[in-house]
Ligand binder design. Structure first.
Ligand code: ADP
Ligand code: F6P
Length: 463
């Protein structure tokens, strides 16, 4: 059986990893631990000089990571990946901040990834590259003579061609990523936007719905929505009732309906818009009848837009509490720190309304986690942005436009007032959409599409 080599910016080395693992890493970890293989990427550390990869073996997985220098981190991660590609891919060009040298460094770091990875590769490896940090890597690997099956998955959205074209350098990066054999997207819309951009700006031809060609090489396109382990998350959420964080929150609510937001503190998550909608909800409802908990974990704090957002949220939260608070009650609790996954699961189970309203999101796993965390006998209601990839699967949620504060406020009030029978019916439909899938199944689907393998010899997921 061919070996799987995963390449991603973040690598969740089980111990001693300076970086934090996000949704991507969690999704892939189970698959890699079951299959074995090699995982290559950034160590999470920023050091003085570029050194060769550090190797760690844990279980069946080899982890090979490189540090970034200060200049590489600034140009590749903070600058071009998160200051240009991230806002462009999410359709927020006004947040882009482009410096020519950042693009050069982005490309250089992608080449450095390739230079360090190639000596570790075997001839029949299947390589799976992840996300917008590494768009140039498939091209860099081919240039270095790597011929093996190479897949690429984009965890974030891809916008329409004119919106993609605003990122300087995108043409060359699309051409580079087209050197892969299979490109995976979260939704059909992302796939089609990418294909239109590749044809319109990068000289590709669309041979079929799911096949592009560039320079005589065919590239397949596929849609693979990212999934969570819903039954496991449900069990975790149910088990939280006995824990201290769950009980402290529960007692503090004294019967108030809880609205909950859980996000990275990121401009794509629509947090100021969400707080404005909440302000309007509070204005309409009886004091002390509800409370909102917004957990916003700091993220990418070197990027100016993220730092500004933190200030904006602090100020908006203060304004809501000073306008509507009572001596013994504040409507909004804003926490700018992450909570453990288990604690979050318990909070989700307590929340009457899950407020997941990104301006744009590749998938948004929080939406799926909120559904999974509910008590089937008395479930809460998911209020979900129609611009999250998850909306394609969770159509029974209450879908909203995050740019319409008044519309969101009305929908949140409808969620608070929703009768039990409707809450149950909507929850059952949402649960059905996520109950049978898993991150491992998602990964296996991608790998199956990437090329033939003797999957039959593997034990089934979870066994
Ligand atoms: P993104 O990949 O953009 O961060 P997702 O919603 O797809 O967004 O995935 C985020 C993951 O990180 C989820 O598993 C979620 O539970 C977790 N997470 C997000 N924000 C927080 C937070 N503030 N505290 C704890 N966990 C969080
Ligand atoms: O979903 C996009 C993503 O970049 C993931 O790849 C990552 O797990 C998460 O956001 C956290 O971001 P960062 O790796 O920049 O901290």
């Amino acid at each position: 059986m061919s070996r799987i080599v995963v390449v991603s910016n973040r690598v969740p080395v089980p111990q001693g990893n300076a970086g934090q693992a996000g949704g991507l890493a969690v999704a892939l970890l189970g698959l890699m631990q079951r299959r074995g293989g090699l995982w290559f990427g950034w160590s999470g550390a920023v050091t003085d000089a570029a050194a060769p990869p550090g190797l760690t073996q844990r279980g069946g997985v080899g982890y090979a990571t490189i540090d970034l220098t200060e200049a590489e981190h600034r140009g590749y991660y903070t600058g071009y990946s998160n200051g240009v590609l991230w806002p462009m891919l999410h359709g927020l060009p006004h947040l882009m901040s482009f410096r020519r040298q950042d693009l050069d460094i982005y490309r250089k770091v992608n080449r450095r990834f390739a230079d360090n990875l190639v000596p570790l590769l075997r001839r029949d490896d299947r390589i799976w590259v992840h996300d917008y940090h590494l768009l140039a890597l498939p091209g860099a690997l081919r240039q270095r003579g790597v011929l093996g099956a190479t897949g690429f998955f984009l965890h974030v959205p891809f916008p329409a061609p004119d919106a993609a074209a605003v990122a300087p350098g995108i043409r060359g990066l699309v051409q580079d990523v087209l050197q892969a054999d299979l490109l995976g997207f979260q939704t059909l819309a992302d796939r089609d936007n990418f294909a239109a951009t590749a044809v319109g700006f990068a000289g590709a031809a669309r041979l079929a719905e799911d096949v592009l060609e560039l320079g005589g090489r065919p590239v397949r396109l596929g849609v693979f929505p990212a999934e969570i382990a819903a039954p496991e998350f449900a069990a975790t959420a149910a088990a939280q009732a006995a824990t201290e964080p769950y009980q402290l929150l529960s007692r503090s609510l004294r019967g108030q309906a809880l609205l909950l937001g859980v996000d990275r503190l990121d401009p794509t998550k629509g947090l100021p818009e969400r707080l404005e909608a909440f302000r309007r909800v509070v204005a309409r409802r009886t004091p002390r009848s509800l409370a909102m908990l917004q957990i916003a974990a700091p993220s990418r704090e070197d990027v100016v837009a993220y730092r500004r957002l933190r200030q904006e949220l602090d100020s908006a939260a203060g304004a809501i509490n000073s306008e509507f608070g009572e001596p013994d009650w504040v409507p909004l609790r804003l926490l700018a720190r992450p909570q453990t996954r288990d604690t979050v699961a318990g909070f989700m189970r307590q929340a009457r309304v899950g407020v997941v309203t990104p301006l744009r999101d590749g998938m948004n796993l929080v939406a799926k986690e909120y559904v999974a965390a509910q008590d089937p006998a008395d479930p809460g209601v998911l209020v979900l942005s129609r611009f999250a990839g998850a909306a394609a699967q969770l159509a029974a949620a209450l879908l909203v436009n995050p740019h319409d504060a008044e519309g969101m406020a009305e929908t949140i009030c409808a969620a608070l007032d929703m009768p039990l029978a409707e809450r149950r019916a909507r929850w059952r439909e949402c649960w059905a959409a996520i109950a049978e899938t898993s991150p491992e199944g998602w990964g296996e689907n991608f790998l199956r599409a990437l090329g033939p393998d003797d999957l039959a010899r593997l034990p089934a997921a979870g066994t």
